[in-house]
Write a protein that binds this ligand. Structure first.
Ligand code: C5P
Length: 245
């Protein structure tokens, strides 16, 4: 069951030339619930080379001039399942699962638009797919091996969102509150919270919940081992061929 590598990059194949599929973790939760913190802690603790993160935010649809003006007035609904190009997201996630490299659109929250350039992502051992509507589409759900819902107190989410939107996304206090009350909060109740039923694990208190993160990491490591992932071998490879101490 030895593994050989192609051109020093994943995807990697076993001796029979069979592609070993990456493990896909779906991470869903309300805006500012701590999805990114949970994802980063999973990545850090997994200790596996080539973990990549894919965000549904990258697949926000391109707005026309009228929608763009509405967005600038905080009057465009970014919290609706139709706001995302989930077909493109599913196509890209499928390709990544097949070990192919892909080009991801880059989304700019300040200008509400896709940037000209794209980001290259290579095949990975573990893919984390995160987003507020990550569980809202069956085609995306079907590509996930494990689904985690990150939960957080609504007041905590609102205060984090206010801070983030003002400091990082060039928004003002009144506009953030208007958008939150008109779209973000109702969308959580209508579209996001109901998808909790698809979760294998619900993580209360988001990124602070180290016990839940530890359980997730243990499960993923077991699953990878069952798929033939050899942690010692891969870590040696990650250390550029140097034997592990
Ligand atoms: O990072 P987070 O999961 O919070 O990103 C999703 C949120 O980003 C949505 O709740 C949406 O209201 C917001 N958004 C925005 N402006 C955009 C696109 C999304 O405020 N141009």
């Amino acid at each position: 069951n030895r593994t050989i590598y192609t051109a020093g990059r994943p995807p990697w194949y076993n001796l029979h030339g069979e592609l070993k599929e990456p493990f896909v973790i779906g991470l869903c939760g309300g805006s500012a619930s701590g999805k990114t913190t949970v994802a980063n802690k999973i990545i850090e603790q997994l200790g596996v080379p080539w973990v990549c993160m894919l965000s549904l935010d990258s697949f926000y649809k391109v707005l026309n001039a009228e929608q763009h003006e509405a967005a600038k007035r905080n009057e465009y609904n970014f919290d609706h399942p139709d706001s995302f190009d989930h077909d493109l997201a599913a196509t890209i996630l499928k390709k990544l699962k097949e070990g192919k490299s892909v080009q991801i659109p880059i989304y700019d929250f300040k200008s509400h638009s896709r940037l000209e350039q794209k980001k290259n992502l290579y095949g990975a051992n573990v893919i984390i797919f995160e987003g507020i509507m990550a569980f809202a589409y069956k085609d995306l759900r079907d590509l996930m091996d494990m689904k985690v819902f990150v939960d957080a107190d609504p007041d905590v989410r609102l205060s984090r969102r206010l801070k983030r939107d003002i400091t990082e996304r060039e928004r003002d206090l009144v506009g953030v509150l208007q958008q939150y009350n008109t779209y973000v909060k109702p969308a959580f109740d209508q579209y996001i919270a109901p998808t909790m039923i698809y979760a294998d694990i619900v993580v209360p208190r988001g990124g602070e919940n180290n016990v839940a993160i530890d359980l997730i990491v243990r499960h993923v490591r077991t699953q990878l081992e069952q798929r033939g992932f050899n942690f010692r071998e891969k870590l040696r490879y990650a250390h550029q061929g140097q034997p592990l101490p």
